[in-house]
Each structure stands twice: as structure tokens, then as C-alpha cells.
Write a protein that binds this ligand. Structure first.
Ligand SMILES: Cc1cc2nc3c(=O)[nH]c(=O)nc-3n(C[C@H](O)[C@H](O)[C@H](O)COP(=O)(O)OP(=O)(O)OC[C@H]3O[C@@H](n4cnc5c(N)ncnc54)[C@H](O)[C@@H]3O)c2cc1C
Length: 374
């Protein structure tokens, strides 16, 4: 039966998280802008969530975490999803690798960085050149990864070509490589937003790792990560929705309190209607994003809805935050308010995990068939 209600337990969970997010995260959000990774607060969020077992591990519940934590601190969201997300992220890792990494990742004490993008392999992930050559019981990796979020991570999930005869998505394999492994070098970018989470390059020079660090089946890494991306697009969307909804709520208060021409700004159509439109867009965005997770919870395909959410929602949220910034007048343009930081943070996730054109490409292929090519 169709239902647009969350359960009473989910509502209580949301209320509790929102209170924490607004009281404990939001006052510290600006600190992250000077490049401080909020590990302690991430651990506090995870402690608040409590134990996530098979019963409570629904992805819709994880979506509530993304949305509510996104209200307080956009940059705490991904690691705070640890109890729900990381077992899915490295689902095909061996029991030994899971035992080594999952406890730290799920508790927030450790973090993982994903190394897909390369200088010549951005949207076209099939062009990955980093090589992994089997030598005895080891793999030797050489190459360069760009744009790795969580450059401060304890372990890197590196995608490399194990079959040199291939030039596309086939022949790629994935490895979990600890940060301290000899041959890894790092270079951080000076980003416009999301500055609490360092992003940058990972260079691999003759990195030797045990063959047991391979995740899943050799040469089958791409389908593995693609399914994760379908769902992750909902989490990206929901953290953008959280940031935009909080900005809208703050703007409503501002418009009620600020008087010009002898009246509250909330009494003018020119200032009230953009908020009415933002509420409408956010309501539609929210249900699209939760539908992705609802499908995933039922073991159903969600690539179509994930691509729809990812091209449209971060863009819409950035536009809403921009509009709210203007509605705050000159003060909205200062760093005294969190609005400009939210705008910079959300824009990054219009690109991260695939820009809008690539999402539309996924949709076009569903609509027109594989012959639709870039
Ligand atoms: C905040 C952030 C976090 C990120 N985190 C990670 C991470 O943790 N790990 C990781 O591996 N990567 C990460 N990325 C990289 C991200 O996944 C890539 O930026 C993205 O896949 C696009 O690749 P590119 O930047 O090389 O752009 P390009 O592929 O060079 O594309 C440039 C532009 O051209 C468009 N375009 C490309 N091909 C086509 C086509 N066929 N038709 C129409 N338009 C096209 C794109 O949509 C884009 O607008 C992150 C990026 C950002 C901004």
C-alpha cells in the first residue's frame, strides 16, 4: 500500500538527530572551513545513532541521518553514515579485510578514501590507467588518482587495471590499501568548499600489497561500485536537501523579523514566493531521494531514480541556498552566517559522484537504449 508516512520510530529518530544537529553540529560548522576534520563530532553522531543491526539497518533510516546531519554540518554526513554504509561499500571484501577495516569505519574512528578518478579518467571511468600487476603473492600498483575525498583516510579503495589488454570498464579491479603502505604519496587541493574534508591526489609508485587486499572478483570492480553509486546518489541528494531546508527555515525567520518599508519582509510577495517555491521543490526532491532508498531496501534496481535525483537535487538545492542568501541581503554574503559556506559545499556535490550530464546520460541510455552514446 502506498504510504507517505515515516514510522513513529523513524519520526522520533529524526527529531532526536535534528536536535543534536542544530545544537551540537551547526555551531561548529564554520570551524571545518579552516580545514579541521570534525572526527569527534562524527563519532558523537554515530554514538547517538546507536547500534545498527540487521533489523534497524534500513537505507531509508540512513537517509534520515544524511538529511538531518546535513542541516547542521554538511561535512559530517558521509562518515556519519558509517554504521549503515560501509558494509555495503566494501560488501565484496574478504571476511579478513572486513574484520580489519569495518569496526573503525563504522565507529567513525577511521575513514576510507575512494580512488577512481584519474587525470585522463573523469566521467569516462573506463579510461583508468593505474595498473596492478600480479607478482607472486603480491600486486604492484603504479599510477595517479585525482580528486580523492578524505585524503586524510586510513585506507584507500583504489581502482586499477589488472588486465592490460582491456581499455574499458572491464579488466578493472579494486584494492584496499592502508595509508602507511610504502610508495603512496599525497597532494591536497585548496578547495572552494567542503574544506573540512581534504580532497586531492594519491600517487602510487611501485606500491606492493598482498594479493589478499583485492576486493571482490578480479576484473569485476566496475559493476560492484556502480551499484553502490546508484544508492549513494540518494545520500548525496539528502545531505543537500538538509542544507537547503535548514537555510529555508532560517530565511523564513529572517523574513518575519526583518522590517523594510514599515512591514516585515515576509509580507511581500517578492520575498515570500521564492520560499513557497523552495518548499515545493524540496518536498518533491525529498520524496524522489527517499524513493531511491526505499527501492534499495527492497532489493530493487534504483539506477534510474538515483540518476534523476543526482542531476536534479544538488542543483536545485544550490539554487535555493543562493536565493536564500540574496533574501538575507548584504549580511547573507558574510561568513557570519552559514549560508555562503553551504552554497560552496553543495556546489561541490553537483560534480562529485558524477556531474549532471553523466546522470542524464545514464537516463538517456535507459530511455533510448545502449546505442545512445556520449
Ligand atoms: C567534491 C568532490 C568530491 C569528489 N570525490 C571523489 C572521490 O572521493 N573519489 C574519486 O575518485 N573522485 C571524486 N571526485 C571526482 C568526480 O567523481 C569527478 O570530478 C567526476 O566524475 C567528473 O570527472 P572530471 O572532473 O574529470 O570531469 P570531466 O569528465 O572532464 O567532465 C567535465 C565536464 O564535461 C561533462 N561531460 C563529460 N563527458 C560528457 C559527455 N559524454 N557528454 C556530455 N557532457 C560530458 C561533465 O559532465 C562535466 O560537466 C570528486 C569530485 C568533487 C567535486
Amino acid at each position: 500500500m502506498l504510504s507517505f508516512d515515516f514510522s513513529p520510530e523513524e519520526d522520533a529518530f529524526r527529531e532526536n538527530l535534528r536536535k543534536f544537529s542544530l545544537e551540537e553540529l551547526l555551531p561548529h560548522y564554520a570551524e571545518g572551513d579552516s580545514g579541521i576534520y570534525p572526527r569527534d563530532r562524527i563519532i558523537r553522531v554515530i554514538n547517538l545513532i546507536g547500534e545498527v543491526d540487521d533489523e534497524s539497518a534500513s537505507f531509508v533510516t540512513a537517509g534520515i541521518v544524511a538529511e538531518e546531519v546535513g542541516r547542521g554540518d554538511f561535512n559530517c554526513v558521509l562518515p556519519s553514515l558509517g554504521p549503515f554504509l560501509f558494509r555495503e561499500f566494501i560488501a565484496q571484501a574478504s571476511p579478513e579485510l572486513k574484520a580489519r577495516w569495518l569496526p573503525g569505519l563504522q565507529s567513525g574512528h577511521q575513514m576510507i578514501g575512494l580512488g577512481l578518478t584519474e587525470p585522463d579518467a573523469g566521467s569516462d571511468m573506463g579510461s583508468i590507467r593505474t595498473s596492478a600487476v600480479k607478482v607472486g603473492d603480491e600486486y604492484v600498483l603504479n599510477g595517479e588518482k585525482n580528486s580523492v575525498s578524505f585524503l586524510n583516510a586510513d585506507v584507500f579503495y583504489i581502482f586499477a587495471r589488472t588486465d592490460p589488454k582491456t581499455t574499458d570498464w572491464s579488466g578493472l579491479s579494486a584494492f584496499l590499501i592502508p595509508r602507511e603502505t610504502p610508495g603512496l604519496r599525497f597532494h591536497a587541493y585548496d578547495d572552494m568548499g567542503c574544506r573540512a574534508v581534504p580532497r586531492g591526489e594519491v600517487f602510487l609508485d611501485d606500491v606492493r600489497i598482498p594479493a589478499a587486499m583485492l576486493v571482490g572478483t578480479k576484473g569485476r570492480a566496475f559493476p560492484m561500485i556502480r551499484e553502490f553509486f546508484d544508492m549513494n546518489r540518494a545520500f548525496i541528494s539528502l545531505k543537500c536537501i538538509g542544507a537547503a531546508q535548514q537555510t529555508v527555515d532560517e530565511t523564513i525567520e529572517h523574513l518575519k523579523n526583518r522590517k523594510q518599508f514599515g512591514k516585515s519582509l515576509s509580507t511581500f510577495q517578492g520575498t515570500a514566493f521564492p520560499i513557497a517555491e523552495a518548499e515545493t521543490l524540496l518536498e518533491a526532491a525529498r520524496w524522489l531521494a527517499y524513493k531511491v532508498l526505499w527501492l534499495k531496501d527492497r532489493g530493487r534496481r534504483c539506477d534510474r531514480e538515483g540518476a534523476m535525483a543526482k542531476w536534479w537535487i544538488p542543483k536545485t538545492c544550490a539554487e535555493i541556498i543562493h536565493e536564500c542568501l540574496l533574501l538575507h541581503g548584504h549580511y547573507g554574503y558574510t561568513k557570519d552566517l552559514p549560508i555562503e559556506q553551504r552554497l560552496r559545499d553543495v556546489i561541490g556535490w553537483q560534480i562529485g559522484d558524477g556531474p549532471p550530464q553523466i546522470q542524464k546520460l545514464i537516463l538517456a541510455r535507459r530511455l533510448f537504449g545502449r546505442e545512445f552514446s556520449p
